[in-house]
Design a protein around this ligand. Structure first.
Ligand code: PGA
Length: 235
């Protein structure tokens, strides 16, 4: 089944707006074939309670999780806390967190904690890739970032070329497909999806190329646009 994930990042500005956006998405989902696509919304932590009551079809996701299971970690939210609350998915290793210094070792620890609590990780790879770099150079970055995945583990891996995030200029479908095929051959059992500047104008092309989903940032903040993207992945 395809999967479309909203990464709201540090948006919107208020709980009222968060509720409104989630409710509008839910409303639009009524006309979509739920056998074909799974929808996940990852709001900032503080909006999780409001969304829990607003979502019925879409699943709750978190944008991050602590690397330790419990204890004195100021600012941390543990995998057990997220699972107990009813969160199903968690984004791990997003470029915006790797840019703050998250290492593969830290990401491996987060992944381990998430899996121990039966959270479904959405592992992001592609940080460090350069626009126009040789395919082999990008693959070697991906290979290293994929080493954190335990053998035989089924999870979602989002190929997010960092140079395309938030630019309005996604990777070409051919490039995305090649990298996702590489990811799926490196780590059998994972579901490779694409993220970085996916919007309602280009989503259909990624879907038509057989890419099994998208991680959507800015285009997930307008419900009409996000619903168009979901529709494109629901055929
Ligand atoms: P974008 O963000 O869709 O705004 O490029 C994607 C992401 O960072 O996950």
């Amino acid at each position: 089944m395809n999967i479309v994930i909203a990464n709201w990042k540090m948006n919107p500005g208020s709980v009222a707006e968060a509720k409104k956006l989630a409710t509008s998405v839910e409303h639009g989902l009524m006309g979509i074939d739920k056998q074909k696509v799974e929808v996940v919304i990852c709001p900032p932590f503080v909006f999780l309670p409001a969304l829990k009551h607003a979502l019925h079809f879409a699943h709750l996701g978190a944008q991050d999780v602590a690397h330790e299971a419990k204890g004195a970690f100021t600012g941390g939210v543990s995998a057990a806390q997220l699972a107990e609350f009813g969160v199903k998915y968690v984004i791990i290793g997003h470029s915006e967190r790797r840019a703050l210094g998250e290492s593969d070792e830290l990401i491996a620890a987060k992944l381990k904690n998430a899996l121990a609590q039966s959270l479904q990780p959405i592992l992001c790879v592609g940080f460090g890739a350069q626009k126009g770099a040789a395919t082999e150079a990008v693959k070697s970055i991906l290979k290293r970032q994929l080493e954190v995945v335990p053998k035989g583990q089924r999870l979602v891996v989002a190929y997010e070329p960092v140079w395309a995030i938030g630019t309005g200029q996604p990777a070409t479908v051919a490039h995305a497909r090649e990298m996702i095929q590489f990811i799926e051959s490196e780590v059998p059992g994972v579901q490779g999806i694409y993220g970085a500047s996916v919007d309602r104008h280009n989503a259909a092309e990624f879907a038509a190329a057989g890419i099994a989903g998208a991680l959507v940032g800015s285009a997930s903040l307008a419900h009409h646009e996000f619903l168009e993207i979901i529709k494109d992945f629901s055929h």
